[in-house]
Design a protein around this ligand. Structure first.
Ligand SMILES: Nc1nc2c(ncn2[C@@H]2O[C@H](COP(=O)(O)OP(=O)(O)OP(=O)(O)O)[C@@H](O)[C@H]2O)c(=O)[nH]1
Ligand SMILES: [Mg+2]
Length: 441
């Protein structure tokens, strides 16, 4: 057995695993704050495959992503949805005659599609909202939209509270494209009102609608003004995060995307023919064709790249970790549920560890005290026993000594008698008797 384990241990250390013979690889569990030790392993362990494992798992489960479009009526929201996903994802319920205009969106509608690309599944949902600005009083037109976003949070919280959370359906809005009218001026009060209502609940991504109606210069100016307005009104729009150790290419991509916000978009799901004969998605004008997928013409490609290719995970993460969490806290506080810090204390592993250690130490101390008591008791018992036997011994010793003393006294008496020539016994007074008595002694 010992032979097996030692051989096994050697084999492990040869493979680079932590083993008793290779202790430098074992991290000290007590020292959580110790710096990360970068150690070159002597063989392939396999944790470098973790990203692939996560990837495989996510691929199997598929991704859920929900985007919403918000903005004034007629800015091309429904058109952009179709453009974005390159499909007739958003089909009118009844086929329209070819000449008919896209109908106005009259209610909040979600359209979902299960999309697969290279074996990766994406359950994509787009929430189309009716455009606002058509009513005499548009003061409260943000309300149904905010309510829709919050009801999705509500639904998610319900799922979270269910016993079986295996199939957690995430219908929360992860990104909200806010359509800005291409006025060329600054943001209008209604835009500021809308964005201020939305930014605490959703990742806001401002887009300039119908960018084909403005020249490049006008767009550049307008973008600057819109960004200044957004900053001035302290509206939080989604910021593309950058990571320290990113490669140059990713950094450049992130910068490029960030530089395009607010995205100037053109939407069209129609195929048109360019003067040089190419068939493209775009809008044909007497003076030429605006190509949706041409980065020279508009920022549509960059917007799609941001949503799907580059920042989908960040958008989902921010929605979950910040927006949803804040909403949940607000909601619970509103319901009068005050957070009980002891719950978190218990959940906090460091505090819990400490508590457990204190309890363990107290238990040990108690056991030690008990053992001490038992020991002392036993010692006392033994001592009393010893004392008793000592006393007995002493008594016996005394007895024996007394007997011996008595014997010695007798003998001395006899000797004295013999020496003084007196008969030893009163009966041995005759000469024979004396002789006899003397010989007997
Ligand atoms: N010039 C131009 N026109 C566009 C663009 N996108 C859409 N349109 C046109 O604008 C009109 C309205 O488009 P919709 O997509 O229905 O607009 P909407 O924002 O969904 O409107 P509501 O549903 O009322 O909120 C249609 O005639 C579109 O063809 C664009 O990028 N440029
Ligand atoms: Mg619409």
């Amino acid at each position: 057995m010992s032979d097996y384990s030692s051989r096994n241990g050697d084999a492990l250390s040869q493979n680079g695993y932590a083993s008793p013979s290779n202790p430098s690889l074992i991290a000290s569990p007590n020292n959580a704050a110790s710096p990360v030790i970068r150690k070159k392993l002597m063989g392939f362990v396999g944790f470098s495959n973790l990203p692939n494992q996560v990837h495989r798992k996510s691929v199997r489960k598929g991704f859920q992503f929900t985007a919403m479009v918000v903005g004034e009526s007629g800015l091309g929201k429904s058109t952009l949805i179709n453009t974005l996903f390159n499909t007739g994802l958003y089909q009118p319920k009844e086929p329209l005659p070819p000449s008919a205009e896209r109908p106005k969106t009259v209610a909040i509608e979600s359209i979902s599609a299960d999309i697969e690309e290279n074996g990766v599944r994406l359950l994509l949902t787009v929430v189309d909202t009716p455009g606002f600005g058509d009513f005499v009083n548009n003061d409260e037109s943000w309300r149904p939209i905010v309510e829709d976003i919050e009801s999705r949070f509500d639904q998610y919280m319900e799922y979270e509270n269910k016993v079986n959370r295996q199939k957690l359906i995430d219908n929360r809005v992860h990104a909200c494209l806010y359509f800005i009218q291409p006025t060329g001026h600054s943001l209008r009060p209604i835009d500021i009102e809308f964005m201020s209502r939305l930014h605490t609940r959703v990742n806001l991504i401002p887009v300039i609608a119908k960018a084909d109606t403005m020249t490049d210069e006008e767009i550049a100016d307008f973008k600057t003004r819109v960004l200044a307005d957004i900053a001035c009104h302290k509206i939080h729009i989604f910021q593309a995060p950058t990571y320290e150790n990113e490669d140059e290419e990713s950094l450049a991509e992130a910068e490029e995307i960030a530089s395009k916000i607010p995205f100037a978009v053109v939407g069209s799901d129609k195929i048109v023919t360019t003067p040089d004969g190419r068939k493209v998605r775009g809008r044909a004008y007497p003076w030429g064709v605006v190509e949706v997928d041409n980065e020279e013409h508009c920022d549509f490609v960059k917007l799609r790249q941001m949503l799907i290719r580059t920042y989908m995970e960040e958008l989902r993460e921010y929605t979950n970790d910040v927006l949803y969490e804040n909403w949940r806290t607000e909601k619970l506080l509103g319901m009068g549920v005050v957070q009980d810090p002891t719950v978190f204390k218990e959940v906090n592993p460091a505090v819990r560890n400490h508590e457990e250690r204190v309890m363990h130490e107290a238990k040990l101390a108690k056991m030690e005290a008990e053992m001490k008591m038992v020991f002392q008791q036993k010692v006392a018992e033994k001592e009393s026993k010893l004392k008793q036997s000592e006393e007995e011994l002493y008594a016996r010793h005394k007895e024996m000594k007394e007997a011996l003393d008595k014997q010695r006294g007798d003998l001395e008496e006899k000797r004295r008698r013999i020496e003084s020539g007196r008969p030893l016994t009163p009966e041995g007074k005759s000469s024979t008797g004396r002789k006899k008595g003397f010989l007997r002694t």
